[in-house]
Each structure stands twice: as C-alpha cells, then as structure tokens.
Design a protein around this ligand. Structure first.
Ligand code: HEC
Length: 157
C-alpha cells in the first residue's frame, strides 16, 4: 500500500465518521438518510480494513509473480518449456499431475533443489554449475509455487 492510498483511506473514513455523527445529531429527523449514512460508514470501515489487512496477501502474490517473471520465465515463458527444450515437463496442470509436481511441497522442493537443467534456488550456485540463480527463501518459493498453481489452474491464460 502506498502512503497516498493510506492517506486517501484515512480521509474517506474520517469524512464518513463526521457524516455519521452529524446525521445522528439530535433533532435530525431524516431517518432514511441517517441510516444510509450510518451504513455507508460501516461499509467504508469494512472496505478499508480489508485493504489494510488484505494487503500483505496481495503483495505476496505480486512477489510470487514478479519472482517468476524474473527467474523462471526465461525457461518457462507462459508455463511452457522454452529452454532447454523438453515438451513433457511444462507447468501446465496435465504435466504437473503426471510428473507428481502438483503439491506445494513437491514444487517447492524442486525449486529449492533443482533437477537436470533446472537450477537449484535454495543455493547461490546451481549444483549443475550452469547458471547462478537467485537465492529464494522458503516463503518466496511457496509464493512462486502458489503463482504457478494459480496459473496452471486456468491454463496460463
Ligand atoms: C535454465 C532453465 C530453467 C529455469 C531458469 C527454471 N527451470 Fe524449471 N525446469 C527446467 C527444466 C529443464 C525442467 C525439467 C527438469 C527435469 O528433468 O525433470 C524444469 C522443470 C520444472 C517444473 C516441473 C514441471 C513438470 O511438469 O514436471 C517446475 C514446476 C518448474 N520447472 C518450475 C520452475 C520455477 C518456478 C522456476 C523459477 C524459480 C524455474 N522452473 C526455473 C528448466 C528451468
């Protein structure tokens, strides 16, 4: 969340609070409007709470995607096998199922340890020495796996 968003959310909330108070002031007979405004401030509160508390999840998802684009897409663009060429080990659901890489555990393990032409991301240097991949933490690897499964679920479209 950017500071701008935080300020925007806070001011919306402040406005709706003030609106709620003045609408609830004694002598105000417009019940309809009062109820609508009270509801609006509750809604605003719920939405901003969702934005504030929901944001860590959103940023984890973005990191998984960003890390995939930066470190994996060179060989797995669009979920395929662009390099080295091997058409039977794509990141599409059919292949993931066939090759038993269809759980977060199996995929994280593969990413951390590498296999064949696939570098190991749990170390600075691939065991095969063919590349120097980024070193990912376990949480980052899980986020990347989640991104891959998410994409595989709808055919990388
Ligand atoms: C240098 C090229 C390369 C890079 C970079 C690469 N991979 Fe791979 N990947 C491969 C190769 C080759 C295989 C097949 C390995 C084998 O022999 O089983 C593979 C296999 C996989 C599989 C199993 C697919 C299946 O159907 O069996 C997954 C999942 C996978 N890679 C995910 C990733 C992720 C996520 C990243 C980034 C963190 C990544 N790969 C980076 C080359 C690469």
């Amino acid at each position: 969340m950017t500071p701008f968003m935080a300020v925007a959310i806070l001011s919306i909330q402040l406005l709706s609070l003030v609106a709620g108070w003045s609408a609830n002031a004694p002598g105000n007979c417009r019940h309809g409007i009062r109820e609508v405004l009270a509801e609006m401030s509750t809604l605003t509160f719920a939405v901003s709470a969702a934005v504030v508390f929901g944001s860590p999840d959103l940023s984890v998802a973005a990191t998984g995607m960003e890390n995939f684009q930066a470190s994996c897409a060179g060989c797995h663009a669009g979920g395929g096998n662009t390099f080295p060429f091997s058409s039977k080990k794509t990141l599409f659901q059919g292949d993931l199922d066939k090759n038993g890489v269809n759980t977060v555990e199996a995929m994280s393990n593969l990413i951390l340890k590498g296999k064949g032409g696939m570098p190991a991301y749990g170390e600075f240097m691939s065991q095969k020495g063919n590349m120097i991949p980024a070193r990912f933490t376990e949480a980052e690897v899980i986020a990347i796996s989640d991104f891959v499964f998410d994409q595989a679920e709808h055919g990388w479209k």
